[in-house]
Every structure is written in structure tokens, then in C-alpha cells.
Design a binder for this molecule. Sequence first.
Ligand SMILES: Cc1cc2nc3c(=O)[nH]c(=O)nc-3n(C[C@H](O)[C@H](O)[C@H](O)COP(=O)(O)OP(=O)(O)OC[C@H]3O[C@@H](n4cnc5c(N)ncnc54)[C@H](O)[C@@H]3O)c2cc1C
Length: 392
Amino acid sequence: MGSYSGARTAVVVGAGVAGLTAATALAREGWRVEIAEIGPPEAASGWGLCLTGPSLRALDELGLADACLAEGYGMSTITHVDVDGELADEVRPPRLIGARRPAMAGIARPALHRVLRREAVACGVTVRHGVTVAAVDDEHEHEGEGEHEAEDEHEADELIRVRLSDGTVRRVALLVGADGIRSATRGLLGLETTPAYHGQMVWRALVPRPSWATGIHQFAGKTDTAGVVPLSDERAYVFLTENGVERNTLPDAELAPRLRDLLEPFPGLVEELRSLVPESEAVVRRPVLTAFLEGAWHRGNGVVIGDAAHAPAPQTASGAALAIEDGLVLAREIGWHETVGAGLEAFADRRTQRCGTLVETSVTVAGLEREQRHHEAYPLVAACHRFMAEPA
Ligand SMILES: Cc1cc2nc3c(=O)[nH]c(=O)nc-3n(C[C@H](O)[C@H](O)[C@H](O)COP(=O)(O)OP(=O)(O)OC[C@H]3O[C@@H](n4cnc5c(N)ncnc54)[C@H](O)[C@@H]3O)c2cc1C
């Protein structure tokens, strides 16, 4: 770590949406922050995501909404189409960052991560790749072992001892586990939850943007659900939720032909989306998993945030919003409290109900989709957006 004399120090595990925004928010509060990311640079997986209003609002608080809009595609409508190809409804989510800017944005994940990382680094955050957390201990068990250790110099805080996979040891005032739904930090802190599978696999294919795709379009099928999200003037991603399937993997070569088969029964505009799949650079297929950490989200001065604490199903497009909000609220609550422990307590108090409600609703939506009860699922997704529009 650098040489900010007297600054409080933090290790953040994971350079995803939650980790990068938390690191930036903490650095702006005067923290010296190091991120340990297990993957290589530019390894953001998935083709893209929708930044809904609450995501844009939280990014705007970090001064990053306009950079994301410039890299992505601003949009303000969600169109739902019935099984027979008829319009079911058109939702216009509230414009949470003002009437002159769009309600949502589609953005490629690598582009979003680039914006977030650029800002983190500009704020003095160190991002190390190919590194993970190997062990976490209460610091008093290791007093006097400080040979290779970098130590926090802030007097008011308890310290937490973090050993990284490259053998370096940090004694810091805060450990943030932002390492996703399969979080290793969560287990090392003794906080346990098991991700649940919901009998659905989600598909994504990056395709040229059809000219009519200027908002999110979702199409109900007899078995599955499909749609398209624009990512830029040139590109969009096609999505499909495959219902009632075993959780398994398919060989890469089978993905594009299989996605075309699954899109085949849909009428209307989906036929055009289907014709674009062979032009896709690649197709990805992932299980729909959810997780929610019941009880404490922190132990001592270690805490988990983002998907590591609460991962909703992708149908509500709200996981990134929750992750970004977490970073902002975490830095703020710690800043307002005398000790890190008290700040973490306040953080969890503020976040548990909002995140729990969202995860629970997303599981209900996934269940309704699985049973082809789209007319019940659509209003629930709209209710989710209204709920998320309330301040974090
Ligand atoms: C298919 C799909 C589509 C989605 N679409 C949307 C959408 O449209 N809108 C939306 O808001 N949300 C969406 N989500 C949810 C959203 O992607 C997540 O909620 C969000 O990415 C969570 O951010 P995170 O930083 O907590 O976790 P992640 O994005 O998973 O980031 C975790 C980071 O930690 C790193 N890491 C993992 N393990 C370790 C380790 N042991 N040590 C160090 N680093 C580690 C990973 O490499 C990664 O960089 C979608 C999810 C899925 C699966």
C-alpha cells in the first residue's frame, strides 16, 4: 500500500461492481484502499447489463452516471409482449436522475468495469489482479508477528489481519468481501449461506442492435422468455430464460445453435433476433442463482456486500443497483460512526430489509415465469422498480 500517513486502511476482495464502487466511496472518505481481485484485468463476464434508475442514481452520486451513459445506451421504456405476439404493456420507469437524462442504460460489462476502475484508481485505490484472500484472523491472535505486514495506523480501530494468496499480510481496519455470490470472504468470516438454483438457465448473446431496439423488449414464450437490451448504437444483447432445466453446462460449440432452437417458437420480432445469433461473437449461458445472508453481514471488522450478501435473480435487473448502493452506504455509515464496528452495524441495519425484499421478490418472479404466469410476473417486476425507486 502507499504512504498515506494516519489514513485508515481497507482491503476489498473483488473488483466487481460492489468492490469498485465501495473502494471509490471509501477512498473519497480518506481511506487507503487495496483491492484483491482473483481474475485478470478486463475479465468482466457476461455481455452486459441494464443499469436501472436506482443504479444510475447511485452512480450519479459518485459522479459516474454520465460516463456510463456515454459508454452505454440510454433508454426509458420496457415493452412486454404476450405469447401471441400482442403488446401486453409498456412500462416507463421514473427518471431518477432528472427529466433530461434517460431512465435506464444498457451497458457492456467490460465498459462499466472500465468506468468504475478508472475512477477508483484516480481516487488512489490500488487494484491487484490474480490475488485472493487466503485467511482472516482477529489481530490479537498474531501480535508480534509483523515481519511482512502492512499496518493500519489509525488508533481508534480494532484491526483485522488478512493474509492474501501471494503470502502478503495486511493488518487493516476494514475487510470488505465483495467477491460475488460464491464469496470466499464470506466463508472465511464464518458467515454462511448457500446459493439456491431456480430451475432456470439464462442465455445472453451479443448481437448487432436492431434499429427498433431502443428500449428493453421482453417477449413471453410458451415455455421460455426472450428479449433484447441495447448496449450502444451498434450493439445489443439478446437474452433468453430457459425454464425447467437441470443445472448443467453445454460445450461452447453447441451454444449458438441451441439458442437459435430455443428462440424458434417465438413469433414476430424475435424472429429477427434469432437471425442475428449466428453473428454473435459468443453466447453465454448461466444458472439463475439467488442468495441472501440471513443474520449478520459482518464479523468484527470484516463485512460482505453486493452479491456476497444478497444476490437477486437477474429478472428484476436490480443486483447491480443494490451492489452500488452498498458501496455508498457502507462508506457513509463508517464515516458517521466512531468505530468501524458501529458503522458496519448501521450499514447492515440500513440495507437488510431493502435487499431481502428484493431477493425475495426476484425469487417469486422467477417462479411465476417458470409457470408461464407472465401476467402476474410483469406487475411484480414493475412493483420492484417502484420499490427500488425509493431512496436507498
Ligand atoms: C445473467 C445475469 C444477468 C444480470 N443482469 C443484471 C442487470 O441487467 N442489471 C442488474 O442490475 N443486475 C444484473 N445482474 C446481477 C448483477 O450482475 C450482480 O448483482 C452484480 O454484478 C453484483 O456485483 P458484485 O460486485 O457483488 O459481484 P460480481 O459482479 O460477481 O463481482 C465479484 C468480483 O469478485 C471477484 N472474485 C470472485 N471470487 C473472488 C475471490 N475469491 N477473491 C478475489 N476476487 C474474487 C470476481 O472475479 C468479480 O470481479 C445479472 C446477473 C446475472 C447472473
